[in-house]
Structure formats: C-alpha cells, structure tokens
Design a protein around this ligand. Structure first.
Ligand code: SF4
Ligand code: FES
Length: 371
C-alpha cells in the first residue's frame, strides 16, 4: 500500500491518545484484548520518549491522554508522565487494575495531574473475581476504589461482562455504586488478541443477555441516572447477537490513536491483529505524519475503501461497515464487511461461533500468559 496524503477535511484531528505504557500486568484475564505477543520491559519507551509522544499528540490536537497498559502502575515514572501530560494541558485519565494503588499513590497521582481514574473490576464476589483475574486481587481493587475517591478523583468502574459473571449484573452495579463510582461501564467481552481464544467460554447466551439488559434497566431505575444524581451506567452489549455491527472506534482513525509500549502507532487498540497492515512507529516517523499521511491510518477512513454490501448501504455513514479487526480475525480480510452484519455473506461465521458456545457454563479458560 502506498502512502496517500488525505484531503484536509478527510481526517479530523484526534481527540484522544491511548498510551499503553507497558504490557506488564499482575492479572491473567482470559478476555485480555492485548496481542498474543507482548512487548518486553526492555523494549518499552523511556520517560523522555513518552514525554515527546505526549507533546506531539498535544500539538496534533489530542485533548485526552489515557495512561493505560497492561498495568500503568508498573511504571515507576507514572507520576512524572502524568505531570508532563497535565503540564501540556491534557485531561489525564489513568486506566488501571488498581493493584498497587494505595492511598499515598492515589494522592500523589492526583497532585501530579491525574484527573480521573478508570478502575477495572472482575465481578461482585471476591472468589469469582479472583478466579477470572487469575490472581487474588479483588480486595486490593476495593481498596483502590476507596483510595481514588479519598484522593478526590472521579471514578469510573469498568467491568467486562461474560458468561460467568453476566448473571450478577445487578450486584456488580450495586458494588460499583457502593464504591462511589460516578460512571459504570458494563461492556460485554469483545474478542480480540488473547480473548478470541476463549470466545466459546466467554460468550453469554441470548437469554443471559436479555436478563442482563433487564438488570441494567432496574439498576438505572433504582439509582437514578446522571445528571440527576445517579451514576451514568454505560452498557455495551455483545455484538455477536446483533443483526448490524457496532460503529467500531466511531470510525477508523477518526477520534483516537494508540501508542503501544514499544512506540508502534495504531488506529485502534486491537489493530495489531491485522497482520496485513503496515506498522508505524513514533521513533521513526512524527505522530502527525502517521495520523494524516500513513497507509495504515488511511486504509479504512471514510467509505471509499468499501466493497459490497457496505458500499451501497445507507447505514455505511453510521456504522462505517463495523469493525475492521473483527473482519480480519474472522475472514482474513480487513476490508470485508464485519461478519456480524446480517447483510454480510460471512455472517455464518458468527452464527457458527454462537452455536459452538452452546448453552452450558464451562469456564475452562486459557488464562492470559504474560511472556
Ligand atoms: Fe453496516 Fe455494511 Fe452492514 Fe450496511 S452492509 S449495515 S454499512 S456493515
Ligand atoms: Fe479495531 Fe474494531 S477493534 S476496528
């Protein structure tokens, strides 16, 4: 693929930067969406290199910087990185498992510039949560939530829903509310990277999905919804059961870019699964040039790249043909219509996955191995 400079109005400036500071992580979740091959500690960008990435991102128009991983707390320079991002005028979001987030650390990070914390929880119960995390971390997560609110930081609790925890949706919301969450994100598992290996064990049944939807509606009714006092509850349902795909990433390379621990620059966090995509790296090319002029960022912008049935579909400006990573993982061609779409000739692939998952609960996961 040759590089092509986009028309000035074809690519708006990015809004957010997902900075994957490290792939190191104390958890082993079977739904991990990080790639099969993780970046080793020795290959991670250093402090100065990350500071330069943040400066380039701000110059490009990025407003929000998400400090993520793996577990970003594994980086001793996290306070320095947060301070630098804030000093550049960015809104700084820490995305964390909470393991290692003591009161002192939360206070320090708040002082240095973290504006908001997004904390993952695995389940409402310690034993179930620890089982899926592959580590005894549930209690530490509850303590981390307390540390975040004690530091005066707004808290989002993020929970991946799957077959083994989705029946406890309402109790999960109750726990998040009791922890003082301002926002609760309940996202059904998406199947990228490592998570695809465990798809059959993680996919909920249709009946579970429906009952989880009812549970969310009950919780919203009980707690009230933002802005009238209650927490905002965001519920992302499993797209495999839908007849039309999600507008993944709000369109390819439209709003956010990801920088991996080694400096690779991706149009979406899972894009390394698309092995046919050229890989850009911020150590070799400026971020602005990658955003506006690289082949990988321009590959699926807009609608010109589409073929049938998307090309003539009235829905194409709303869902952008669905998810490029899912199309590649299921068909080997990232330019095909997302197989979730009922109009896609590849929809039988998704139906076969649903049939394979079957009705039983069988949490015999391949736990995330950290290499
Ligand atoms: Fe969306 Fe393409 Fe399906 Fe139309 S055919 S609904 S644009 S994925
Ligand atoms: Fe990459 Fe959907 S996850 S485009």
């Amino acid at each position: 693929m040759a590089d092509t400079a986009p028309a000035a109005d074809a690519a708006p400036a990015p809004f957010g930067l997902l900075a994957e500071l490290t792939h190191r992580c104390p958890l082993h979740c079977p739904y991990c969406s990080n790639p099969l091959e993780l970046v080793a500690r020795a290959a991670e960008l250093g402090t100065d290199q990350w500071c330069e990435v943040f400066a380039q991102a701000r110059a490009l128009g990025v407003v929000q910087i998400h400090l993520s991983g793996g577990e970003p707390l594994a980086r001793p320079d996290l306070p320095e990185l947060a301070a630098h991002a804030r000093g550049l005028g960015a809104y700084v979001n820490l995305v964390t498992s909470g393991v290692g987030l003591t009161r002192e650390r939360a206070l320090l990070l708040a002082e240095r510039g973290v504006d908001h914390v997004q904390l993952s929880l695995q389940d409402a119960d310690a034993a179930d949560g620890d089982r899926v995390a592959g580590a005894r971390v549930h209690a530490a997560k509850l303590a981390a939530a307390e540390a975040v609110t004690a530091a005066g930081l707004p808290l989002t609790v993020n929970v991946v829903l799957h077959r083994a925890n989705i029946d406890r949706t309402e109790r999960i919301v109750d726990l998040a509310v009791s922890l003082g969450a301002d926002r609760i994100e309940l996202a059904n598992t998406q199947f990228y990277g490592w998570g695809l290996r465990n798809r059959a064990a993680l996919l909920p049944t249709r009946a579970q999905l429906e009952s989880s939807r009812d549970a969310v509606a009950r919780a919203r009714a009980r707690y009230g919804a933002a802005p009238d006092g209650g927490p905002e509850i965001v519920h992302v349902v499993a797209d495999h059961y839908a007849d039309r795909p999600k507008p993944c990433m709000d369109g390819w390379a439209r709003r956010q870019l990801t920088v991996t621990p080694a400096g690779d620059v991706l149009p979406c966090p899972a894009a390394s699964v698309i092995r046919t995509l050229p890989v850009e790296n911020v150590l070799r090319r400026p971020l602005a040039e990658i955003w506006y002029a690289s082949a990988s960022f321009n590959a699926f912008r807009g609608t010109e790249w589409m073929s049938g049935p998307c090309r003539s579909c009235p829905q194409r400006h709303e869902d952008f043909g669905g998810c490029r990573c899912q199309a590649f993982q299921l068909t080997g061609d990232a330019a095909r219509t997302d197989p979730v779409c009922g109009l896609s000739p590849d929809r039988p692939l998704v139906d076969a996955a649903l049939a394979e998952a079957g009705p039983e609960l069988r949490p015999n996961y391949a736990m995330r191995v950290l290499t």
